[in-house]
Structure formats: C-alpha cells, structure tokens
Design a protein. Structure first.
Length: 189
C-alpha cells in the first residue's frame, strides 16, 4: 500500500501538465458543484442544462461565423451549427422541459448502452468460457433494463449521483494539487 502511494506521488511529481494551483481551483469548483447538486438538485440541474443550452447557442453562432474564414466541410458545419443553435434556443426558451428531456434522453441512452455492453460481455463469456465476463454482462444488462424500465426514477437520482461523484473528484483533485505543490521546486533567481 505504501509503495502505491510513493508511486502515485512520484508520477504526480513527474507530470508538469497543470500547475498545482489550477488543480486546486478545479477541485474547489468541482467540490462546490457537487455540494450544489446534493443541496439543491433540481435548481442546479436546470442551471447546468441552461448553461449547456447557452453554450450550444454560442457555439453554433461561432461555427457559422467560422465559415467566413474556412469554408472546408461547409455543409457539415452549417448542419451542426443549425442543430446547435436550435437546441440552444429551445433549451433557453424552455429550461424546465429541456432539463427533463435532456436527462431522460441521457438516461435512456445509458440504458441502451448498458444493454449493448452487457450483451457483448455475455457473448464473450459464452465464446471464451469466461465467468467474469458473464457476471459483468448480467450486471450490465440488469442495470440497462432497469434504466429503460424506470427512466424517470433514474432522472430523479441522477443529480445525487453526479453530486456524489463531483464531491469525490473534487476532493481527489484538491489532494493531487497539494501533492503536486510539495513536488514543486522553488524557482531560482
């Protein structure tokens, strides 16, 4: 166990991908968002989906504007821009209904994906005589079928799951930022 911690801290010290303070800010923001999801799940979810709608609207406008500079793949850019702009406008005009629709679509997509992955695991379990893949396949199929049978219950639980996940990720990011700060050598003058 101690060797794992030393290896982890050594890899943190070797990586200079992000400055330590950026990881700290990211961790604090993620922790705050996680707490918001757990304290006010409905309002935070609607706010997040509304932000996503604004992002899609602005992204669609910028994609159309990019045609003035680069006309390659013009048809595809126009198609994606129109989709982004329409989705952004719909979400901004109807944030509550959009939240229900987007989350329901997301849960149903995850349900189908889980069934597909479960079927794939079961196929490999039967062809390769692998009990581990069989167990994973059964669990994944059960999970997918439950999501498809009860998507609205899953939609109601999704903010809590996202909040718990965000809190764990925020705490991990804060820990990694302090570990990276310990590794930072003082700059020489």
């Amino acid at each position: 166990m101690a060797e794992d911690i030393v290896v982890t801290e050594m890899s943190i010290c070797d990586s200079k991908l992000f400055p330590w303070w950026l990881l700290l800010v990211w961790g604090i923001l993620t922790l705050l968002i996680g707490c918001m999801f757990l304290i006010t799940p409905a309002m935070t979810t609607v706010l997040l989906i509304t932000f996503m709608g604004a992002y899609w609207l602005v992204g669609g406008i910028f994609a159309i504007a990019s045609l003035a500079v680069d006309r390659s793949n013009m048809g595809w850019k126009i198609f994606l821009s129109v989709i982004n702009i329409l989705a952004g406008i719909l979400i901004l005009c109807y944030p509550f209904y959009s939240t229900l629709f987007v989350l329901s679509f997301f849960v149903i997509f995850i349900g189908f994906w889980a069934c597909f992955v479960g079927g794939s695991h079961l196929y490999h379990a039967f062809t390769e005589k692998d009990a581990g893949n069989g167990v994973l396949g059964i669990i994944s199929l059960i999970f997918g079928i439950l999501l498809l049978i009860h998507p609205f219950i899953a939609v109601e639980l999704l903010p809590f799951v996202a909040g718990g996940f965000a809190i764990v990720m925020g705490l991990c990011s804060i820990y990694v930022s302090f570990a990276a700060k310990k590794c930072q050598t003082p700059a020489t003058a």
